[in-house]
Design a protein around this ligand. Structure first.
Ligand SMILES: [Zn+2]
Length: 268
């Protein structure tokens, strides 16, 4: 048997939304809770000597303008900080099709996209008739993914699957119908890149679901699924929490506040 591949794992912040409140982060929270709760946007990269697998694609400048987000760097620029060339990446795992996860797809012209079947169904089906469900999607991104399907550039999964030795995806739903999280074998064990299975640490810690949601029950069950697949609570990385940048070390002091290593144990 070949020994399992161990990966270096990075989170790269590319954008931020500072003007947010706690009331926007938890179902059932006090609607008047105006305490400041910024949200950061990340992509993640698993790197081995032979291969790089990117998780999600971010969004671009025009999307940032349309939606009032502050793009700090393109995902291509962010990946270049760890010496990864986005244009040559061969595999991109797409956790789900919201604009902030698929909006940078054009930066990966050589990539195969790895996606849950149910996510494509969700993003192209009747739920998209209503603004309440479709507002985090951008029709142009979804059309582009349909074109990618016809070009043979999308690999579909129905549940758990191995993308490469030491990298698996796990369908969880909840936030969207086909949301998947990613489990990566690193030198500190199995780390789970939760993406939007838990936006903040606090969503999973308090079992306090996020308000953008397709199925609340599946979202809550998702917090337990993360714990099942990670070696410990400290091996789970939420999708949008600025605290990720405080808890994990930068690979280089110049990248402080932008890039962190998730394959090194976090501080409290
Ligand atoms: Zn997101």
């Amino acid at each position: 048997m070949t020994s399992p591949q161990v990966w270096d794992l990075y989170a790269i912040k590319y954008a931020t939304l500072q003007e947010r409140t706690r009331s926007e982060s938890f179902i059932g929270s006090d609607p008047h809770d105006a305490a400041h709760m910024p949200l950061d946007y990340f992509v993640w990269a698993a790197v081995s000597p032979e291969q790089t697998i990117v998780i999600d694609t971010g969004f671009d400048g025009s999307e940032a303008t349309t939606r009032g987000r502050a793009l700090e760097r393109t995902v291509t620029e962010g990946l270049a900080m760890i010496d990864v060339t986005a244009a040559s990446v061969k595999d991109v795992i797409v956790t789900h099709l919201h604009y902030d996860h698929i909006g940078g797809h054009e930066e990966f012209p050589a990539a195969q996209f790895h996606l849950q079947e149910s996510e494509m169904r969700y993003a192209t089906g009747p739920h998209m008739c209503n603004h309440a469900m479709n507002h985090p999607f951008t029709a142009d991104h979804i059309s582009a993914m349909v074109r990618n399907v016809f070009e043979g550039r999308v690999s579909f999964y129905d549940g758990a699957a191995e993308i490469a030795p030491g990298i698996t995806v796990h369908h969880v739903g909840g936030h969207t119908m086909g949301l998947q999280f990613v489990r990566v074998l690193t030198k500190r064990g199995w780390v789970v890149v939760a993406s939007d299975t838990s936006h903040y640490y606090e969503n999973m810690e308090r079992i306090a679901p996020f308000p953008i949601v397709y199925n609340v029950g599946d979202m809550i069950r998702g917090y337990a699924r993360l714990r099942e697949q990670a070696d410990s609570e400290a091996h789970i990385v939420p999708g949008h929490d600025p605290m990720v940048l405080d808890r994990y070390p930068a690979p280089d002091p110049r990248l402080e506040g932008t890039v962190v290593r998730l394959d090194i144990a976090p501080t409290e």
